[in-house]
Ligand binder design. Structure first.
Ligand SMILES: Cc1ncc(COP(=O)(O)O)c(C=O)c1O
Length: 431
């Protein structure tokens, strides 16, 4: 099977986190997001251990909540002492609601409003990752008014192309995120920030992209960032105490995808960093990584019920399910690959090629095209694997569809972490 937490039981049903998915669909209804709570804890532990061991004491992974964000998850992360990356008041409000200590939060975003900044300062968000001159000016003004001294990392664009999909490629010079090193803008902004007494410059951040299988883009990012750090030390006598290398490690979505060891990757990045620190005669800063997808993707699964099976002789077979682009827009957005299984007959051969579509009024509302699965009939359960990242967090009400419930599986038991929305929920803000 694609992941360790996926299997087949004696009834021929697909299991996830050791639990029967067909039974879970019966109990909670479909569409249904499942989250393997044990799996997330194990992955968080793996990241925390490897980052501290290979990147240095005091270094931390910060879970990127854009991948998955709800109160119950942040309760777990708080308990574990994890750091987080947040991109909106909605995300840090959710964390706060979970009792999360926001001094361990990095506040990102290329367009923070004055209200966002005020709220983050009031709630004591630990780091502002600033993206532009305008943001620095706004933060300076608001911080002075409020008598605060925010800690800042400057987001830099290192000019690296990690050769991933253009929608998730963020480190090139012309990116909408960050300040480029190559144009001299980054250096100019460092000088400006160092002159502002209201701001404590903690260091530099970069994020080169997402779904990156190789280590090379991370090596390049480390080299660019540490070289810039050495440059700033030489020019301004400023030696950054913190460097954040962002997220981006890949997750296998298909059997044919390469397997990946996060511990091994972090070890390799650490070795490269050790050599760079020595070569550049730098003291070791605290390092942060910001894994999103690789913390949660394979710890999630979505279940749907089959509605119709339509065979257009000589053309195509369609299987339509009771969800779609409103709960998983990733195929419609960038043809993201997924593995699908007929969970009701997971022990049978995948003998049928079909395009699995959703129930929305869009031809592009597809979960996956031309996948092989055991030929389903109405009310069979279809499982889409590896949906823990950028599914629930990207969901919408398109076609006025209520969002599915999200159920956490933990030690062989299940609990609702996010309730299924009702039709009443859909109209509750309508006047
Ligand atoms: C600044 C930043 N950090 C972390 C992440 C998480 O990336 P991933 O989910 O690929 O690990 C992203 C994703 O877009 C990001 O923009």
């Amino acid at each position: 099977m694609l992941a360790k937490n996926v299997d087949v039981n004696a009834h021929g049903h697909l299991t996830f986190g050791g639990m029967d998915t067909v039974e879970l669909a019966k109990e909670y209804g479909t569409p249904l997001y499942l989250i393997d709570g044990n799996g997330i804890e194990a992955r968080a532990k793996e990241y925390m251990t490897a980052v501290e061991e290979y990147l240095g004491k005091g270094s931390h992974p910060c879970f990127a909540g854009k991948a998955l964000c709800y109160t119950d998850l942040y309760r777990t992360l708080e308990k574990m002492g994890m750091w987080i990356d947040v991109v909106s008041p909605g995300e840090f409000y959710t964390a706060k609601n979970a009792g999360f200590d926001l001094s361990r939060a990095m506040f990102h975003g290329n367009n923070k409003t004055d209200e966002d900044i005020k709220m983050a300062l009031e709630l004591g968000v630990g780091r502002f990752v600033c993206d532009s001159d305008d943001e620095i000016e706004a933060l300076h003004t608001i911080a002075c008014e409020m008598g605060k001294k925010p800690k800042v990392l400057l987001r830099l664009t290192p000019g690296i192309d990690p050769h991933t999909h253009k929608a998730i490629n963020t480190g090139t010079i012309d990116s909408k995120f960050g300040v480029p090193i190559e144009t001299g803008d980054a250096e100019r902004l460092v000088k400006k920030v160092l002159e502002k007494e209201s701001i404590v410059l903690m260091g530099f951040h970069c994020h080169v992209g997402s779904q990156i299988f190789e280590c090379e883009p991370f090596f390049e990012a480390a080299e660019k960032m540490l070289t810039f750090m050495a440059d700033m030390k030489a020019k301004f006598g400023y030696e950054a105490p913190e460097i954040n290398l962002g997220g981006g490690m890949a997750v296998p979505y298909l059997e044919s995808d390469e397997k990946i060891s996060y511990t091994e990757n972090i070890k390799a990045i650490g070795e490269r960093i050790d050599a760079l620190l020595e070569k550049l005669s730098l003291s070791r800063p605290v390092f942060y990584l910001e894994p999103g997808r690789s913390m949660v993707a394979d710890n999630g699964m979505t279940l749907y019920s089959v509605g119709t099976v339509k065979c257009i002789e000589g053309y195509k077979n369609y299987v339509s399910v009771d969800g779609g682009m409103a709960d998983n827009p990733r195929y419609a957005l960038y043809e993201a690959p997924y593995t699908l299984i007929n969970a009701s007959h997971a022990d049978k051969d995948a003998d049928f090629v079909a395009t699995v579509g959703g129930r929305c009024c869009e031809s592009g509302d597809l979960i996956q095209e031309n996948v092989r699965l055991f030929r389903p009939v109405r009310n069979d359960i279809i499982a889409v694997l590896t949906t823990g990242a950028y599914n629930f967090s990207m969901s919408s009400h398109y076609n006025r569809l209520p969002r599915p419930a999200l159920v956490t599986l933990y030690n062989g038991e299940s609990r609702i972490s996010v309730k299924r929305e009702t039709l009443e929920d859909l109209i509750k803000s309508d006047l």
